[in-house]
Design a binder for this molecule. Structure first.
Ligand code: ATP
Ligand code: MG
Length: 504
């Protein structure tokens, strides 16, 4: 770390939305050549701070200086000209254009790419990707790329436009462990070149592995900035949540009953083959594996989003034909998808309307009695899951990422499904609320519901599940009962065969 003047200096940065202050008097110095983590609970203000630095939001009050000069970062384009780039988690690129064209875009009219012939553009794009050490065919359209590769293109674009400060807001959530390694390698190299990186993540172990210093936000205020080695996990958590962490090793005590969901030989060519398993009432069955192993595809097939081509499904012992989500819902299934963007968030509707959207009519006959009950239930969920908001009448789109996720969870929990499929339900959810969430899942099982839990977080699978199924490359590779489940066993079954071969 250099001892020169800080790259970025924030003083008294404050942000209010419609009179509600969400970021309060933040002072922060970022050094050249450091990786700086922002930590905090859902809604603490991390993304808001990042967006202010990247010109997406204007601060209500406060000053920013870059390289000793006060700056007014009034738009993302201004930010880019000043050398500041925000890398989006799910990159916003132009899916039909090629990688090379995407690299050119966003470099502004003055970009050194303008009026460069196609061949040269391609060559240059290739050089950029080579420099990052990633092999991506730059002539291919963006849409075919994995999220990890799309991120690489965004990073390449940031570098091509000469970014000195690169902000990554939860970049690792959708990546496999291997992709995370690659990303970390690149981020470290960028640091070596003297660039500064802001890294936002809910995973403490990642922050520890990668970052030099951390800043912790709580309730919109900065509560600490320190070198990572000066803070142990307990201290970080205490600073983040301001109270002791609830123990989440809740062992549920459900009696396991009849088979609720039975999947037999489910196949969708190219996605998954011959997947068979059962989930019983009162049982929590984990579905582990790496991102891309086909777990989400199986869930989507069961729920009728993209039905399988062959195989059969039974619900409560009866063969069923689920062609669309409505069929599944009618059979008492619920599915909380991993991708918030497609998870049925009605962005312009209120939080309350979103939470109560799936409550079946049977809760109360009609009219205002039902509305009153819904209001109570929504308020109760907000409290239980600690959804941070200004008001339940606020549009859900205004909530922080993690709080939107919690609201969608609340919706499906209130629908009281007999069979609940959860896909990476705690991704993006802060450590302070995971325990509550695990307790809720445990309670649901105790009420006799059948739960299929897709998760890439091994401790989560091990803590919650009665059985863990593992998928790799579209196939089930293991079924591990609770008593025998270890991280190693799950990992071993999750690694694709060829890769395992190479490693051996
Ligand atoms: N456009 C907006 N309008 C109103 N309120 C907003 C808006 N954007 C963010 N907020 C509020 O600001 C607060 C901070 O949100 P922010 O997105 O910065 O949190 P975060 O720390 O990134 O949380 P997460 O870990 O969930 O991503 C939240 O309470 C959120 O509801
Ligand atoms: Mg955020």
């Amino acid at each position: 770390m250099t001892e020169s003047a800080p790259l970025l200096l924030a003083r008294g940065v404050t942000k209010a939305f419609a009179g509600v202050t969400v970021l309060r008097d933040v002072d922060l110095d970022l050094h050249k050549g450091e990786i700086h983590a922002l930590l905090g609970e859902n809604g603490a203000g991390k993304s808001t701070f990042a967006k202010i630095v990247a010109g997406v939001h204007r601060p209500t009050r406060g000053k920013l200086s870059l390289n000793g000069r006060q700056v007014d970062i009034s738009s993302p384009l201004v930010a880019q000209k000043l050398g500041v780039t925000l890398i989006h988690q799910e990159p916003i690129s132009f899916p039909d254009l090629s990688v090379a064209e995407n690299l050119v875009l966003g470099q502004g009219e003055q970009g050194w790419f303008s009026r460069v012939p196609w061949a040269e553009m391609t060559r240059e794009a290739r050089r950029q990707m080579d420099q990052l050490g990633v092999s991506i065919d730059v002539t291919k359209p963006m849409r075919g790329l994995s999220i990890a590769d799309q991120q690489m293109v965004e990073i390449g674009r940031a570098l091509a436009s000469g970014s000195r400060l690169i902000i990554m807001d939860e970049p690792t959530a959708p990546l496999t462990p291997k992709e995370v390694d690659t990303l970390f390698g690149i981020v470290r190299r960028l640091r070596g070149e003297g660039r500064t990186i802001i890294f936002i993540s809910h995973r403490l172990e990642e922050v520890r592995a990668l970052c030099d210093r951390v800043t912790i936000f709580r309730d919109g205020s900065k509560v600490a900035t320190d070198a990572i080695e000066n803070l142990d996990d307990a201290e970080i958590i205490r600073l983040m949540i301001g109270r002791p962490l609830k123990e989440y090793m809740h062992k549920h005590n459900a009696s396991i009953g009849e088979v609720a969901l039975e999947v037999e030989g489910l196949t969708l060519p190219g996605r998954f083959q011959d997947v068979s398993f059962q989930v019983r009432r009162g049982e929590i069955v984990g579905l582990g594996g790496l991102v891309g192993a086909g777990r989400t595809d199986v869930a989507c097939a069961i729920f009728g989003i993209q039905p399988a081509e062959s195989g059969s499904l039974k619900v409560n012992g009866k063969t069923v034909d689920i062609r669309q989500p409505d069929d599944a819902i009618a059979l008492g299934l619920a599915f909380v998808p991993e991708d918030r963007a497609v998870s049925g968030i009605f962005r312009t509707l209120s939080v309350e309307q979103n939470i109560t959207a799936a409550i079946p009519g049977r809760i109360a006959p009609r009219g205002f009695i039902r509305r009153a009950i819904e209001k109570l239930l929504a308020a109760d969920s907000v409290r239980k899951l600690r959804i941070r908001l200004a008001s339940v009448n606020q549009p859900i789109g205004e909530l922080s990422g993690g709080n939107q996720q919690k609201a969608i969870l609340a919706r499906w929990l209130l629908a009281e499904p007999g069979i609940l499929i959860l896909d990476e339900p705690t991704r993006g959810i802060d450590i302070g609320v995971k325990a509550e969430f695990y307790d809720i899942i445990g309670e649901l099982a105790e009420q006799g519901r059948a739960i299929l839990l897709i998760s890439s977080e091994l401790p989560e699978l091990l803590a919650l599940c009665d059985r863990i199924l593992v998928m790799a490359e579209g196939r089930l590779t293991a079924e591990i009962p609770r008593a025998e489940a270890t991280q190693e066993k799950v990992m071993q079954a999750a690694v694709p065969r060829q890769q395992a071969g190479i490693a051996a």
